[in-house]
Design a protein around this ligand. Structure first.
Ligand code: AMP
Ligand code: MG
Length: 375
């Protein structure tokens, strides 16, 4: 079996559960030749014929990076530095971050770091493309459910109604002077886009350092650089949302991004009901769209105005909210423009693959899912 890279996310809370069921996850990982799966936080690295690799814990996720060739170590340390710098700018929980400064500015115009300004502008534009299914101003609602602090609760309807009055992309005013004003009591949460943006940054660092082959997984955000050492495509497994030890299929990818959003990646249970972390900004509730995972796949594109990792991340979150029919329509209207394809997994055990990437997708025999190519 080839080398797999999972697109499923391992968040801190998820990792706690993984640890409990650790043996089978690690056993499954070994069977799939999944690399860099050592449990434990902090940073570690290993070198050898399998390339140089690093495992870091940042942005509340376990991240694995592997780079081949003589510049691998330099590329990995520059990537780690960049990811940590991004976390310091973008975190909602670090009081000194640019995002926290903005969120606590009380509606005043706030000069922000230019990279942060540009990411927030992209997040707003991508959100508008999705008709607000992706909306970084969902922040107060995400917090009310406890996903910011990991102390979970089900908010009351009246609380959600009040918070929803502050949600909306129009509340983000982008100043020509590089300042941002959050109007109407709004706050922002870049959790749905930051790791995708970080993956674009790593892709750029790999290119700058001359890395020709490598792979990274930043908590569900996969980027594969070039091909495997033997020249064949990387094999990226799309996790079965119903079974963390299995997958619904495998994508053969070179120089590409694959980003998965799924309700299984972070959730809590209350009174026998599961509440996950992807919020429908129109209701304030975790989206119940019939989709249980969305994987957005795009080729790397050095000339892209908005990096493909960033686009895939925003859209995977948005399409999870939209549900299968709207997601496929969205792909029909925007797939060619942004150069992305989809693997959608529904709660009725169907896997929908858009025809542009169908040739790269291998069904998993015996998975129990029905597969359908859409065009
Ligand atoms: P992802 O795993 O990329 O789908 O992003 C999910 C994270 O994005 C959540 O943990 C929240 O921080 C944030 N989020 C949740 N719902 C939305 C939404 N509808 N639009 C933008 N960000 C969201
Ligand atoms: Mg996302």
């Amino acid at each position: 079996m080839g080398h797999f890279q999972w697109t499923g996310e391992t968040t801190r809370s998820f990792k706690t559960r993984l640890r409990r069921a650790g043996a089978c996850i690690l056993a499954a990982a070994a069977a799939l030749s999944l690399t860099g799966c050592a449990a434990g936080g902090g940073s570690s690295s290993a070198a050898g014929s399998s390339g140089d690799s690093a495992e870091i814990f940042a942005m509340d996720t376990v991240m694995d990076l592997t780079a081949y060739g003589k510049n691998g170590p330099a590329a990995l340390s520059a990537s780690e530095e960049k990811i940590n710098a991004l976390e310091a700018l973008l975190s909602r929980t670090k009081k000194t971050s640019e995002v926290s400064r903005l969120n606590s500015a009380g509606g005043a115009a706030t000069a922000v770091d230019s990279e942060v300004f540009s990411l927030i502008s992209r997040a707003k534009a991508l959100g508008q493309d999705t008709d607000g299914a992706f909306d970084i101003t969902v922040a107060p609602v995400v917090s009310a459910w406890g996903f910011t602090t990991d102390s979970y609760q089900v908010p009351s309807q009246s609380e959600l109604d009040e918070l929803l009055t502050r949600v909306g992309l129009d509340n983000i005013a982008l100043g020509a002077d590089g300042s941002i004003t959050l109007k109407n009591g709004a706050a922002i949460d870049l959790g749905g886009i930051a790791k995708g943006y970080a993956s674009d940054c790593v892709a750029n660092i790999f290119a700058e350092k001359g890395v020709k082959s490598g792979k990274i997984s930043l908590g569900g955000n996969v980027y594969v650089c070039g091909s495997k050492q033997d020249g064949s495509a990387w094999r990226v497994a799309v996790q079965d949302p119903n079974n963390s030890e299995s997958y619904v299929g495998v994508l053969s990818l070179s120089d590409a991004f694959a980003v998965t959003s799924g309700g299984y990646q972070r959730y809590f249970e209350k009174n026998g009901k599961k509440y996950h972390h992807i919020i429908d900004p129109s209701t304030g509730y975790p989206a119940e769209s019939g989709l249980i995972s969305v994987t957005v796949v795009a080729d790397a594109d050095a000339d892209a105005e908005i990096g493909p990792g960033t686009v895939c991340d925003a859209f995977s979150t948005a399409l999870f909210v939209m549900g299968a029919d709207r997601a496929v329509d969205f792909w029909r209207s925007n797939g060619a423009k942004y150069g992305f394809g989809l693997v959608l997994v529904t709660d009725s055990k169907k896997v929908l693959i858009t025809h542009d990437i169908a040739g790269k997708f291998e069904e998993q025999e015996g998975s129990g899912y029905r597969y359908e190519v859409v065009s």
